[in-house]
Design a protein around this ligand. Structure first.
Ligand SMILES: [Zn+2]
Length: 177
């Protein structure tokens, strides 16, 4: 950004606390603008032991499989955003059960939350950002064609928790999205 939204003054980038990251400060009124991480949310929907995935038809990750989800809109609760994205991308109405994983991806300035969600209604069908939807168990899942490291990590943990019959909470810092 170049100019302050409040007073129109010139804005300059300054090092944030202890040199971590940057923030933008107005040279006229002193207002700070934070370039905080963006929040993304996804749903892990298990329908009779199979997980719902969507195959992206947009970049990045064109042609690769992903959990339904996306970036949260301004002032939108993360759980509501995950439900909204799931309806948009795969046509399913879901109910959030609980948060299951939280990923920090500092290199991309993104934080992603993955919720366990329950299928309420609707039949899976591809939305505008999806070329295909599918339901996969651990064996049939396209492990080599997943769009995001976080999807792979969440699914790996989910299947291992399912086997153990106990679901924990996964928190991880991811180097590459
Ligand atoms: Zn200003």
């Amino acid at each position: 950004m170049k100019y302050c939204c409040e007073c129109g003054g010139r804005v300059e980038a300054r090092s944030a606390t202890q040199g971590v990251g940057e923030r933008y400060v107005c040279t006229a009124c002193g207002r700070s603008y934070f370039a905080s991480p963006r929040l993304a949310a996804a749903c892990l929907v298990d329908i009779d032991g199979r997980i719902l995935l969507t195959r992206r038809n947009t970049r990045p990750g064109y042609g690769l499989w992903n959990l339904p989800g996306g970036f949260i809109e301004t002032s939108e609760p993360a759980s509501r955003g995950a439900v909204r994205e799931t309806l948009e991308e795969v046509g399913l109405e879901v109910e959030i059960l609980r948060p299951y994983a939280l990923f920090q991806i500092p290199a991309e300035n993104v934080v992603q939350v993955v919720y366990l969600a329950r299928h309420l209604g609707g039949t899976p069908r591809p939305g505008p950002e999806s070329m295909e939807v599918g339901l996969f168990d651990e064996t049939s899942l396209p492990w080599g064609d997943l769009a995001l490291t976080t999807t792979r990590e969440a699914l790996r943990r989910y299947f291992s928790d399912s086997e153990a019959g106990e679901f924990g909470f996964l928190f991880a810092e991811i180097v590459r999205f």
